[in-house]
Design a protein around this ligand. Structure first.
Ligand SMILES: NC(=O)c1ccc[n+]([C@@H]2O[C@H](COP(=O)([O-])OP(=O)(O)OC[C@H]3O[C@@H](n4cnc5c(N)ncnc54)[C@H](O)[C@@H]3O)[C@@H](O)[C@H]2O)c1
Length: 254
């Protein structure tokens, strides 16, 4: 195996939840560049179709699938559609997520539940559905988007539901990795620091303090996560499972 092939995804079939924009879209472009067929899974079909069309314009096999990751029937049918179209699933990037900035003492039950449903239950449901396909064939790589917020408490913005959901993703990832290791299925997570996407740019009042608290004194770009994602997706990381890769410009060191 030469070093170029170490990062090859040629022949791999992938889906990405939250693939319409932001981190998911960057991953879709990178997975496709590395040779994979990529299904863009999202609730925002307008943007998902746009991303899938961008991939097809580059000659990549891609489709958009509408799926709300909080709905078990939706998730199972999305996985069925991807298998029907691509033949199998080798890579599942479970990445859809939201953040709500409400103080704990006034947060509504609906807000709490929505964040946990999308960020944590959604990852369980998509991992479970993809895992069944991968277990049946004895191989596969599942990557979950956690966050540095699963390790530390962000300031100044209140976001207890988000932080709790992401800490949950990190231990769910390790639990699945242990349960499924003997099936040949690997499960890992990434924990990004502040990354410039719609999620963070809409909270622009806090950006100066986030940058000041980051040793690199800036936010990251979605493209700065993709090499780690390709590494976790590729066969060359075959002995890597149950790990969480923190990519945060040094934020969690201080
Ligand atoms: N941006 C950051 O600083 C940062 C840092 C750490 C972790 N993350 C995580 O990265 C992931 C991607 O975030 P992003 O920054 O690209 O945000 P984003 O808002 O740009 O993208 C999120 C995507 O998820 C989709 N989505 C939301 N709810 C969904 C649902 N119920 N079912 C299916 N799709 C749904 C949205 O339509 C959107 O396309 C999230 O899990 C987020 O928590 C982001």
């Amino acid at each position: 195996m030469n070093t170029i092939n170490l990062f090859s995804l040629v022949g791999k079939k992938a889906f990405i939840t939250g693939g319409a924009q932001g981190i998911g879209k960057s991953a879709a472009l990178a997975f496709a560049d590395a040779g994979a067929d990529v299904a863009i899974v999202d609730v925002d079909m307008g943007k998902a179709e746009g991303t899938a069309a961008e991939l097809r314009a580059k000659g990549v096999r891609s489709m958009a699938v509408r799926c709300d990751v909080t709905d078990p029937a939706d998730v199972d049918s999305m996985v069925g559609r991807v298998v029907e179209e691509f033949g199998t699933i080798d890579i599942a990037f479970n990445n859809a997520g939201i953040c709500v900035n409400e103080s704990a003492e006034t947060m509504s039950f609906e807000s709490w539940k929505r964040v946990l449903d999308i960020n944590l239950t959604g990852i369980f449901l998509t991992a479970r559905a993809a895992g069944r396909v991968m277990i049946a064939k004895g191989s596969g790589s599942i990557i979950n988007t956690a966050s540095m917020s699963g390790h530390i408490v962000n300031q100044p913005q209140p976001q207890c539901a988000y932080n709790a959901s992401k800490a949950g993703v990190i231990l769910l990832t390790k639990s699945l990795a242990v349960e499924w290791a003997h099936f040949g299925v690997r499960v890992n997570s990434i924990s990004p620091g502040y990354i410039g996407t719609a999620m963070t740019l809409k909270a622009s009042q806090w950006i100066p303090s986030w940058e000041a608290a980051t040793p690199q004194r800036r936010m990251g770009k979605p493209e700065e996560l993709v090499s780690a994602l390709i590494y976790l997706a590729a066969d060359s990381s075959g002995f890597t499972t149950g790990t969480d890769l923190v990519i945060d410009g040094g934020f969690t060191c201080v």
